[in-house]
Design a protein around this ligand. Structure first.
Ligand code: NAD
Length: 497
């Protein structure tokens, strides 16, 4: 699949009709209040569309629609093999509309079109397809009972799932939730981020085309503190599945406690350590991975390798390799197929990132690459990939999630010290270890308090492996069959024979 040129993407934009309304009971509709907000592209400040600003009234309608559809059994009681076929068709439709969805994703959140088109959209389709394909291959259990009893252990859909997702991989994060939620027979209310709602809104129509009954997938764009909060507090939402910041994740736990004790599954922030030992098999490869680990998706990645822990004996040799590798990651126009670093999602995020760069200076870290806003003349929101050397793990830039392309380099002397620094964080999402010593690799991996550990690579994994966090990076897992746990209740049925 070759990528069209920038001019071709601009041409497509001219003929694009962008939908900004909510989607309830199989139809696009305005927010009950009639309120909208402007969707502005961070690429160059262009206006994209007006988006419905949903609130409590819309949440009530969408949840009622999801509940009625769930109770009707039109989806929840459909044979798994039939749900499978429809979900696979839904995945096919994402792929058939990859150019439109990729363009929307890039214009809406600023990521390079090559990433949207070749990574985000195909992996979103894969997430749906993988879950759909799995659903008619999962069996329930028979308990080890006495001879005159039969104990059935069965899984049932939880009911109404509210999925609240972030802006960094808008469609992919939505599909990590939608795949298992729909496959297991639930009805869903999807709330995309106010910063990137367009692909979620668009795929609601594709779901209907695929054969998913109206009311099974509703989409409510709007602000977190209004429509997100309304879903969090809703008495008829059975489960919240969330990806986003740790701050919002904690708020959702409070909402659940204040309302109906709905299940709350959280995929939250990270501050992942990337540990390079002196005996790494290939320092050049490790340097390349360190650069992509902080620059890919403009550093707006929950698993960004934002803390680079380097053994002191190779620091002077290794850091120049990282600086060199980072030069290949250059901000450019996101619709240019050669661009590998796009725009940050908005001015607010730019100011956050610049604020952390200032904090790095103020705390005495040494800037060795980047550090400034760039391409301001485009009207877009871009920042240079940045490296601070001489960082101590206590500094603000080493403790807080920046969610931008800012790398902190920290040195260590022993494996024990590396592990201690790596684990000295509120987060526990991911970590990487570079060494050719197999025992050191495994012992370090075991000691790291993180949901994913990569050895001699950064950012491995696919739908076949679970993904999620220890500590304040969340609970539960997305992807793989483990994800199905979030969307099902377990029932024990005892029969006296
Ligand atoms: P965010 O927490 O600000 O927003 C996430 C979603 O929650 C959005 O849809 C937002 O509208 C909504 N929201 C905000 N306040 C709310 C409230 N009070 N009640 C209900 N909903 C509310 O996060 P973000 O800035 O969109 O995303 C970035 C964060 O997401 C980072 O922390 C990143 O690490 C995390 N993330 C985690 C994973 C993972 O799998 N662990 C993946 C991607 C991103």
């Amino acid at each position: 699949m070759s990528t069209p040129t920038r001019a071709e993407w601009e041409q497509r934009f001219q003929s694009l009709t962008i939908e900004g309304r909510a989607f309830i009971q199989g139809e696009y509709c305005d927010a009950a209040s009639g309120e909208t907000f402007d969707c502005i592209s961070p690429v160059d400040g262009r206006f994209l569309t007006k988006v419905a600003s949903c609130d409590t009234a819309d949440a009530d309608r969408a949840v009622a629609s999801a509940r009625a559809t769930f109770e009707s059994g039109v989806w929840s009681r459909l044979a798994p093999v039939k749900r499978k076929a429809i979900i696979i068709r839904f995945a096919d439709l994402l792929e058939q509309n990859a150019a439109e969805l990729g363009l929307l994703e890039t214009l809406d959140m600023g990521k390079p079109i090559s990433d949207s088109y070749h990574i985000d959209i195909p992996l979103s389709a894969r997430a749906l397809r993988w879950s759909g394909e799995a659903i008619d291959k999962i069996y329930d259990e028979v308990a080890a009972t006495a001879h005159d009893e039969l104990g059935l252990v069965t899984r049932e859909p939880v009911g109404v799932v509210a999925a609240i997702v972030p802006w960094n991989f808008p469609l992919m994060m939505a599909c990590w939730k939608l795949g298992p939620a729909l496959a297991t027979g639930n009805s869903v209310v999807l709330k995309p981020s106010e910063k990137s709602p367009l692909t979620a809104i668009r795929i609601a129509q594709l779901a209907i085309e695929a054969g998913i009954p109206p009311g099974v997938l509703n989409v409510l764009p709007g602000f977190g503190h209004t429509v997100g909060k309304a879903l969090g507090l809703h008495m008829d939402v059975d489960t919240i599945v969330f990806t986003g910041s740790t701050r919002t994740a904690k708020q959702l736990m409070i909402y659940a406690g204040e309302s109906n004790m709905k299940r709350v599954w959280l995929e939250a922030g990270g501050k992942s350590p990337n540990i390079v030992f002196a005996d790494a098999p290939d320092l050049k490869e490790a340097a390349k991975a360190a650069a992509s680990g902080i620059a890919f998706n403009q550093g707006e990645v929950c698993t960004a390798g934002s803390r680079l822990l380097v053994e002191r004996s190779i620091k002077d040799q290794f850091l120049p390799l990282v600086i060199e590798a980072l030069k290949t990651w250059k901000p450019g126009h996101p619709l240019d197929p050669e661009t590998n670093v796009g725009a940050l999602v908005d001015t607010q995020q730019l100011n956050t990132v610049l604020g952390y760069i200032e904090a790095g200076h103020a705390d005495g870290a040494q800037l060795v690459a980047g550090g400034k806003r760039t391409l301001e003349e485009t009207g877009g929101v871009y920042v240079e990939p940045t490296i601070f050397d001489g960082v101590s793990n206590a500094m603000k830039i080493a403790q807080e999630e920046i969610f931008g392309p800012v790398l902190s380099v920290i040195t260590f002397d022993t494996p024990e010290e590396a592990i201690k620094i790596a684990n000295d964080t509120q987060y526990g999402l991911a970590a990487a270890v570079w060494t050719r010593d197999i025992s050191k690799a495994h012992l370090t991996a075991k000691a790291l308090r993180a949901g994913s550990v990569w050895i001699n690579q950064y950012d491995g994994g696919d739908m076949t492996a679970p993904f999620g966090g220890f500590k304040q990076s969340g609970n539960g897992r997305d992807k793989s069959l483990h994800a199905f746990d979030k969307y099902t209740e377990i029932k024990a049925t005892w029969i006296k024979l």
